[in-house]
Design a binder for this molecule. Structure first.
Ligand code: ADP
Ligand code: MG
Length: 160
């Protein structure tokens, strides 16, 4: 299943992340795709805030993974950008997959096999019309239908 929308700037992408973050319950697996600078980490910043964590989100490109604690679950944020081998981080990732955690993975290609098939993938693409616009495509399996439908409703309600 697919839902598409667009973002007009980084605040807009953060806002979408925040709305999704508010809806998380624990156990979700989120895959983020884009070119470098597409807005994956920007989205996570909103997501973490929406989930009720007040920690600062920075790109885990150098630290490779970070954990943010919300009231009900932990958000494990991975970034595989610099890795050509999934290595030990893939083990960390598979250990983190359970109902009390939320997994967020930037550059999921090399851990494709580690991620459960049931997941929500979000892709950000630059467009020709503006450097601040992104086409956002959510591709998801059946168990995410309710979450995405709710997100779609929230997103329409807050549309400026
Ligand atoms: P990634 O993690 O995908 O490499 P980042 O989130 O670190 O990307 O960086 C995205 C960059 O693009 C930031 O500098 C941000 O301000 C800028 N930007 C411009 N428009 C948007 C948009 N619509 N959504 C997200 N980021 C945007
Ligand atoms: Mg990033």
């Amino acid at each position: 299943m697919i839902w598409q929308t667009s973002s007009t700037g980084s605040e807009d992408t953060e806002r979408l992340g925040e709305l999704l973050g508010r809806r998380l319950r624990g156990g979700e697996v989120l895959e983020l795709r884009s070119d470098l600078g597409g807005g994956k980490t920007t989205f996570v910043r909103g997501l973490v805030r929406g989930a009720g964590c007040h920690d600062r989100v920075s790109s885990p490109t150098f630290t490779l993974s970070r954990v943010y604690k919300s009231k009900d679950f932990e958000i494990h944020h991975f970034d595989f950008y610099r890795l050509s081998e999934p290595g030990i981080l893939a083990d960390q990732l598979s250990e983190a997959i359970d109902n009390n955690q939320v997994i967020v993975v930037e550059w999921a290609d090399i851990v494709e096999n580690v991620l459960p098939e049931e997941r929500l993938a979000l892709q950000l693409e630059l467009t020709a019309s503006s450097p601040d616009e992104r086409l956002i495509t959510l591709t998801y399996s059946e168990e995410y239908r309710g979450l995405v439908t709710a997100l779609e409703t929230d997103w329409k309600e807050v549309e400026p």
